[in-house]
Write a protein that binds this ligand. Structure first.
Ligand SMILES: Nc1ncnc2c1ncn2[C@@H]1O[C@H](COP(=O)(O)OP(=O)(O)OP(=O)(O)O)[C@@H](O)[C@H]1O
Length: 573
């Protein structure tokens, strides 16, 4: 898995070959300048002992100055290119992820919590780009430095090079061992952070519920445990990654001391000049640095790869519905019957939620779906809205299967008022015109009037321009519903789906909501998950569900005479 993640990352950067090649060239230049500087220093040392060579020494000093300035400039430039590449990659990844989130069918989201998705789209991307930046800045420089140094040292003294080459892998082995341990704990840290943010999300979302059930203590205790898990994993991960540096530095110093001793002997035997030994020791010192750099990048890279894996997993999430619906291009005709034919459905394998449901809806009819809680009412609507696909059976509009209908057109012709109202942080106007952002003032106000919302909107501080923000303008649940209804009025759908709100709203607003819904339903095919008697009694057909099965259907009178489940529910209302 890690290998494919690596090759995928590499492939992404190969998409911008110009930047990658420029980075490699600029890095080669600054590394070769860094390797050339000790040669000049060595030459200067040899010249110091000779008389009448002041001129040569001065020109050597100027050469050194030039190399130092040029090296710094190229180093800075390579950093710039690396940053541009990585930030561009981060931006593309965010866009890809966001597009994917829009594309994925709703069942996929059942596998993730909101906290998990948010942390993938924010923290994971940040950690990944930080890791990649280190790879391009530190790792690439380190690798090139190693190559250049080996060639230069070979040029100076083969015996001493053999010593360097033989002894330094020890450092690598130790660093690799510690890096593996730290990866394990970085993974644990990620999991612990995920659980921690899920709990925070739960606390924020269910503030009032927690208060109501006096669950504060329980949450605090649980949070305490989550923090402890996270801290422990973080401490271990940091402990292992922070031991890499001191341990490798210690080993490198030992090797350096040994080299000085052997170097002195090589001078005495005439294999090296003093200046060349100085150059070699400079190289040997530089040679240990890339190992430190590379090893610290390796441990960072483990964390970044873990993030990349989580991001790619989301981007690759299976999308059966999407592929099966690629050919959906038929037009929705609502002048024909809607038929549910032997529908079976389960969210999770082995737990069937809808069982062999069959019924039909004639154009212009109002159909109410009733049944005890958990009987499958919302699930039935979820299938009709194409949020999920049935396991078997079919939903037909006339003779056309629902999967064959063009999705965009399908959603344009359907209006839905859901049980929980959803308003975004924007003005009242923008909320009503959400589906049609180019709507003019007149049509938005007309929709609001039809929805009985105009009156209270006018009284808001800035009327239709009032910003709907939880902390600034608090609307009652009823008012929020009226705005949602206005949104559907503006859309003027041909098929209406209502999931009646169960939350109690004040009597006056309730009348306004009911009145607005009646107007909205007039002359349209409507399907209602009904909780109110008034709606049920007026329906042309009532579908009664129990444990996922259709147990009765008919109008109010017929079902009352039958004295079955509907009768019982009606009596106990
Ligand atoms: N996303 C989901 N994943 C797994 N199971 C689910 C999911 N949504 C609903 N269920 C389960 O499917 C069954 C039917 O739920 P559904 O929401 O359709 O019932 P309902 O009749 O609408 O209930 P209510 O009146 O309480 O809204 C329940 O057992 C519920 O727990």
């Amino acid at each position: 898995m890690k290998k494919t993640t690596m090759s995928r990352l590499l492939y992404s950067f190969l998409q911008t070959p110009f930047r990658l090649i420029s980075l490699i060239i600029v890095s080669i230049v600054h590394v070769s300048l860094a390797v050339y500087l000790p040669v000049l220093i060595g030459e200067a040392v040899d010249f110091i002992g000779q008389k009448n060579n002041t001129q040569t020494l001065i020109s050597l000093l100027f050469s050194m100055l030039f190399v130092i300035i040029a090296h710094s400039l190229f180093l800075w430039f390579s950093g710039l290119i690396a940053q541009k590449m990585v930030f561009q990659y981060g931006k593309n990844l965010k866009n890809e992820l966001m597009a994917r989130l829009h594309q994925l069918p709703i069942p996929v989201f059942d596998n993730y919590t909101t906290g998990d998705l948010i942390s993938r789209a924010t923290t994971d991307i940040e950690q990944l780009t930080n890791g990649l930046l280190l790879v391009f800045e530190q790792f690439l420089t380190g690798l090139l430095t190693l190559i250049f140094l080996i060639f230069s040292m070979a040029n100076l003294d083969g015996v001493m090079l053999a010593m360097v080459l033989f002894l330094t892998p020890l450092t690598l082995l130790v660093a690799n061992f510690i890096g593996k341990r730290s990866y394990h704990f970085y993974e644990k840290q990620l999991m612990a952070r995920k659980k921690e943010s899920q709990l925070i999300e739960e606390v924020v979302r269910q503030k009032s519920l927690i208060q109501l059930f006096n669950a504060k203590e329980k949450f605090l205790n649980l949070f305490d445990k989550r923090i402890e898990d996270y801290t422990l994993a973080s401490q271990k991960a940091t402990f292992y990654s922070s031991t890499v540096n001191p341990v490798t530095r210690f080993l490198n110093s030992l090797i350096y001391a040994l080299l000085i001793g052997v170097g002195a002997l090589r001078i005495l035997h005439g294999f090296l000049s003093l200046g060349q030994l100085v150059t070699f020791l400079n190289y040997a010192k530089q040679y240990s640095k890339p190992f430190n750099d590379i090893s610290s990048v390796l441990s960072e890279l483990q964390g970044a790869l873990a993030c990349a894996e989580r991001l790619y997993e989301l981007i690759d999430a299976k999308n059966d519905i999407e592929t099966s619906e690629n050919q959906s291009n038929k037009t929705l005709n609502l002048k024909e019957k809607i038929t549910f034919e032997n529908i079976n459905f389960s969210y999770q394998k082995g737990h069937r939620v809808l069982k062999d449901i069959s019924f039909s809806i004639n154009p212009g009819e109002t159909v109410a779906i009733v049944g005890p809680t958990g009987s499958g009412k919302t699930t039935l609507i979820n299938l009709l809205m194409r949020f999920y696909s049935p396991d078997s059976g079919s939903i037909l509009f006339g003779d056309t299967a629902i999967q064959a209908l063009d999705k965009k057109e399908f959603y344009q012709k359907i209006g839905m008022v859901a049980q929980t109202t959803w308003l975004k942080k924007a003005s009242v106007f923008d909320n009503i015109s959400y589906a049609y952002p180019n709507s003019d003032k007149l049509s938005v106000e007309k929709a609001a009037k039809l929805a009985n919302a105009d009156h209270f909107i006018q009284q808001l501080p800035d009327g239709y321009d009032t910003l709907l923000d939880e902390s600034q303008t608090s609307l009652s649940e009823g008012q929020r519903q009226l705005i949602s209804i206005a949104r559907v009025f503006l859309k003027a759908p041909e098929l209406l789906i209502l999931d009646e709100a169960t939350s109690s709203i004040d009597a006056n607003t309730e009348v306004l909501v009911q009145n607005a819904l009646q107007k909205l339903m007039a002359g349209k095919t409507s399907i209602i998950i009904a909780h109110r008697l008034s709606t049920i009694m007026k329906a042309d057909n009532i579908i009664v569900l129990k444990d996922g099965r259709l147990v009765e259907s008919g109008n109010h009178q017929e079902l009352m005479t039958r004295k079955g489940l509907y009768y019982e529910m009606y009596q106990s209302h």
